[in-house]
Design a protein around this ligand. Structure first.
Ligand SMILES: NC(=O)c1ccc[n+]([C@@H]2O[C@H](COP(=O)([O-])OP(=O)(O)OC[C@H]3O[C@@H](n4cnc5c(N)ncnc54)[C@H](OP(=O)(O)O)[C@@H]3O)[C@@H](O)[C@H]2O)c1
Length: 366
């Protein structure tokens, strides 16, 4: 069982008025249900399930972050996009962490976009201490080189925010080494990176790893992790997002048993106006049409970044917890507890997934 979260089955029932009132949804709840249905379709696909939030956390924003002076953080996928006025969640995470005094490494595959993020962050926070390092999560060689550079810098490492991720494109694509692109970016890459950075993280005082999931998750098919038999772009994404939850909780368990001292936490951002659909299935896909035609449902990524920032920095954040927005059934708003899907609480599944990932990533993480 994952600590500090409630599963969908153990939520307390509320007495909200007469039986008739309970049967008859209000106009507001009808709107909310419709909105959730539409929004859920924008972030997940297929037969995946939607997680819903708890709301026990008091309101928390980036202004509540503690000072991070002396702390070093790596944020994957923290790009700025010069061509558009839109940046991903990682940009806002890097901005907030650097503003709070952390030394931030922006780790992504495109130097121009990484340096654009640095330029824009420095324009907002002139004292920001940050730099760019090339990292392509689909390429195990690039991950190895990145980790060597981090180690050679001689600096400490306190926080790893595994933020970078992609949605599937309409046709299956492979990384240079023949891995399915979504799986390589969202699951194998963060696993390999975290495994290799573990020794450095372990030297820090209270280190944390944050893993990014999604409001909807899929399932794990060990016989076709790379989607060679059947490729569905939505399923490919949703399955890796269950993988992110499994890895987050298994990492916490292994850290406790192995005495690593690393706190592992899962987050999701809700539904945010970023580049993920544009760079994934595209604006002409069903998701792209929802992205274009239902703009109010897509929250500002600065808000969507808050669950990760809470997990990375709040003294109240717990290892093995899962945080996401607490409004509109977990799709919008400030951080709260997210409901953990039953499949993500399956310890045997997580352990098996971990072992398979060690094999596929050619790393030991135990
Ligand atoms: N936006 C949402 O509604 C939503 C909902 C649920 C979960 N999420 C999750 O939130 C995270 C951030 O997504 P986002 O919405 O901010 O999307 P985004 O704007 O597309 O940003 C994704 C970031 O990941 C980077 N990236 C992609 N492939 C990479 C690779 N091979 N190696 C290194 N970096 C790579 C991208 O770099 P490039 O610029 O080079 O592509 C970009 O910086 C993802 O894990 C996503 O699954 C988002």
């Amino acid at each position: 069982m994952v600590p500090n979260n409630r599963s969908s089955s153990d939520r307390p029932a509320k007495d909200n008025g007469s039986a008739e009132q309970r049967r008859r949804p209000s106009r507001r709840s009808l709107f909310a249900m419709a909105a959730v249905g539409v929004a859920a379709g924008t972030v997940g696909f297929g037969a995946a399930r939607i997680t819903a939030p708890g709301a026990e956390l008091p309101d928390w924003t980036a202004a509540d972050m503690p000072s991070l002076v002396g702390r070093r953080a790596i944020v994957t996928g923290a790009n700025g996009y010069p061509d558009e006025g839109r940046s991903g969640l990682g940009y806002h995470q890097a901005l907030a962490l650097a503003t709070a005094g952390a030394n931030v490494t922006i780790a992504s595959r495109n130097r121009e976009r990484g340096e654009e993020a640095i330029r824009r962050i420095r324009a907002e926070a002139p004292e920001a201490d940050l730099h760019f390092e090339t990292l392509d999560l689909t390429d195990l060689g690039s991950i190895n080189l990145f980790v060597r550079r981090v180690e050679d810098s001689g600096q400490n490492l306190d926080l790893l925010v595994n933020n970078a991720g992609v949605q599937g494109r309409l046709q299956r694509e492979e990384s240079q080494d023949g891995s399915e692109r979504v799986f390589a970016t969202n699951a194998r890459g963060p696993f390999a990176l975290s495994a290799q950075l573990r020794p450095l993280l372990q030297e820090a005082d209270a280190p944390r790893i944050v893993w990014t999931s999604s409001p909807r998750v899929g399932s794990i098919d060990f016989d076709d992790l790379q989607k060679e038999r059947t490729y569905d772009y939505g399923q490919a994404y949703d399955d890796t997002k269950l993988g992110n939850l499994l890895m987050a909780f298994e990492c916490e368990r292994r850290s406790k048993v192995g005495g690593w001292g690393i706190t592992s936490i899962a987050v999701h951002p809700g539904v945010c106006r970023t580049n993920i659909v544009v760079n994934g299935p595209g604006l002409d896909s069903p998701e792209g049409r929802r992205f274009r035609f239902v703009p109010p449902l897509w929250q500002d990524p600065a808000i969507g970044a808050l669950p990760a920032l809470y997990a990375a920095t709040s003294p109240q954040a717990s290892g093995g917890a899962y945080y996401g927005p607490k409004q509109l059934r977990g799709l919008n708003g400030l951080p709260g507890f997210a409901i953990v899907p039953d499949s993500a609480q399956d310890v045997e599944l997580a352990s098996r997934y971990w072992t398979v990932m060690e094999d596929l990533a050619s790393v030991s993480f135990s």
